[in-house]
Design a protein around this ligand. Structure first.
Ligand SMILES: [Zn+2]
Length: 252
């Protein structure tokens, strides 16, 4: 990554640009979380940025000292400036005596060929320091509380593709035209694909659009349930839960 994407900057100081791909922006936004699960194995400090890499616990020197850093100067300075003959020499830099003492306590690992990262995320492999995708994913993913709606969606009897659609709708993650446009994806028209009346959003497409609401109402009549539900996903899910089994059209 450093050689291809970050040749002119430091990963930890990289400014997010709206032109970046969605995945790369998501990775950059996770940095503050990832920082808490990595630590630096120090050898000679030659490939550890003195100011920008989080080598002091999970923080960088810039975070601790604060203030602005001249980008050019910050890019070039490595920890090798304060390591000589395998010993920390933090004297002469603009930080406190206490911080200098903390730096002296950091182990310089002679068994390493060069400075390296270790992974210490939750559930990682017994302190080996090896990166673990499951541990990393568990840290950065959004943790939602289990709810009745979620249990119902993933329960038995709902067609698979409807489960996925309903879950994404519940989480607000369906790619309706308004979201596509927000993500910078070029689309010919942002109007609702069903009625062409207003901009297509999740709320409109599924609940407010006259066409889709007509379909819901038809289902209600068929199941003799009446159109007594509110126009939102939670209300509709609880309605389906109460009426399931009366018609195999949407469930199996
Ligand atoms: Zn519509």
């Amino acid at each position: 990554m450093a050689n291809i994407y970050l040749r002119r900057t430091n990963f930890w100081a990289y400014m997010i640009d709206n032109n970046f791909r969605v995945t790369f922006k998501a990775i950059l936004r996770c940095r503050s979380v990832l920082q808490t699960a990595i630590c630096r194995n120090m050898k000679d400090g030659k490939n550890t940025n003195l100011w920008l890499d989080p080598w002091l616990g999970s923080r960088s020197l810039l975070e601790i000292v604060g203030g602005q850093l001249d980008r050019e100067a910050g890019r070039g300075l490595t920890c090798s400036r304060i390591i000589r003959d395998g010993i920390w020499r933090p004297e002469g830099y603009p930080y406190t005596a206490q911080l200098a003492e903390e730096i002296r306590q950091i182990t310089i690992d002679d068994s390493q060929y060069e400075d390296s990262w270790s992974w210490a995320g939750p559930g990682s492999d017994g302190g080996s320091g090896l990166f673990c995708f499951r541990s990393c994913y568990d840290m950065v993913r959004t943790h939602h509380d289990r709810t009745e709606e979620v249990d119902f969606i993933w329960g038995k009897g709902i067609v698979r593709k409807m489960q996925l659609c309903a879950y994404r709708l519940l989480r607000g993650r369906l790619m309706t035209r308004d979201r596509l446009l927000r993500f910078g994806i070029q689309i010919p028209d942002v109007k609702c694909v069903l009625c062409n009346g207003v901009d297509e959003s999740m709320g409109h497409l599924f609940f407010e659009c006259p066409t889709s609401w007509h379909i819901w109402a038809e289902q209600c009549v068929q199941l003799r349930g009446g159109v007594g539900m509110d126009r939102d996903i939670r209300s509709i899910l609880s309605w389906i839960r109460d009426h399931r089994g009366r018609d195999p059209g949407w469930a199996r």
